[in-house]
Design a protein around this ligand. Structure first.
Ligand code: GUN
Length: 294
């Protein structure tokens, strides 16, 4: 039976470390880190995420600013907001919550963000620097997974790692990070996707499996080997009348079956999810210390 990788507890431990660091900075007369979040429209999930980020800022002692705009804000106006945030010295880092309304190009917005303030790590400069192994902001989910592997002292060197899903924000950066010549890393990575012929034959030989394709309970017990480390990135809302909110959160892993065979496994909820906010706070702390771009 697998040991559960507790993302909630790990995230809390990281937040406490960040809070401690903020106290030290303030005691030494330094600047309180300041994160801003831009929210466009009234998407329920986005509001929940952004509120969580603001609350987390309060917890660690950061300043936070929430900038809300109607869903019909013209693209040009949003780009001006981005320009203002780029030039506002008190703001160390900021995020523009995605998805954006259809008439706004997320790529245009992301490319307008100053890389030094891009604590989401979405700007091509940060992605490129990450690929080259240069100091960079690494986006929240891959960074959270690295931190979990590190804190649970999972051996990664020389291991076969299968990643299922090639999204820009999880699968692709994850494949890069785990093949880097460092810890956690030095894995032999196979990146599977919708055109992969036989995922099962690959995942069954993997020491580490990262499921990030967004298909509830895709990874079943027969797809993993005994002792594998399994990281579940999926969070799909599946209708469930027995739940007060009308849905249940399902991961990409059939938890009970896979937990029987794995050595470590992340649950959903309470695994990778809570780590993303800790990653964002960490990046903001780095931004305030000018630790990535000096
Ligand atoms: N929407 C869902 N996840 C994220 C995230 O990590 N950053 C931003 N900006 N938007 C998101």
């Amino acid at each position: 039976m697998a040991e559960i990788i507790d993302g909630k507890a790990t995230s809390l431990a990281i937040k406490d470390e960040i809070a401690e660091k903020v106290k030290q900075i303030v005691n030494d007369g330094g600047k309180v880190p300041h994160l801003a979040a831009v929210l466009v429209g009234d998407d329920g999930a986005s509001q929940t995420y952004v509120n969580g980020k603001v609350k987390a800022c309060e917890y660690v002692g950061f300043k936070s600013s929430l900038l809300k705009f109607d869903s019909d804000i013209p693209e040009e106006d949003l780009l001006e907001v981005v320009d203002k945030l780029n030039n506002e010295d008190d703001i160390d880092g900021y995020i523009v919550q995605l998805p954006l309304p259809k008439h706004i190009s997320p790529q245009k917005v992301i490319e307008r963000i100053k890389p030094e303030k891009d604590v989401d790590g979405f700007h091509p400069v940060n992605v490129g620097r990450m690929v080259l192994g240069l100091p960079a902001y690494i986006s929240a989910t891959p960074f959270g997974i690295l931190k979990l592997l590190e804190r649970y002292k999972i051996d990664t060197e020389g291991k076969e790692c299968v990643i299922i899903g090639r999204s820009d924000i999880v699968g692709t950066p994850m494949s890069n990070l785990l093949s880097r010549k460092t810890y956690p890393g030095n894995c032999t990575v196979t990146l599977c996707h919708s055109r992969t012929k036989d995922i099962k034959s690959l995942s069954r030989n993997a020491d580490i499996v990262i499921a990030a394709l967004g298909m509830p309970e895709f990874l079943t017990g027969d797809m993993v080997k005994d002792g594998a480390v399994v990281i579940d990135v999926g969070v799909t809302r599946v209708p469930d009348a027995t739940k007060k909110r009308g849905y249940a959160l399902k991961g990409d892993v059939k938890f009970d079956e896979v937990a029987e065979k794995a050595s470590y496994i992340t649950p959903v909820p309470g695994g990778v999810g809570p780590m993303t906010i800790a990653s964002l706070l960490y990046n903001t702390l780095m931004a305030s210390q000018k630790a990535i771009y000096s």
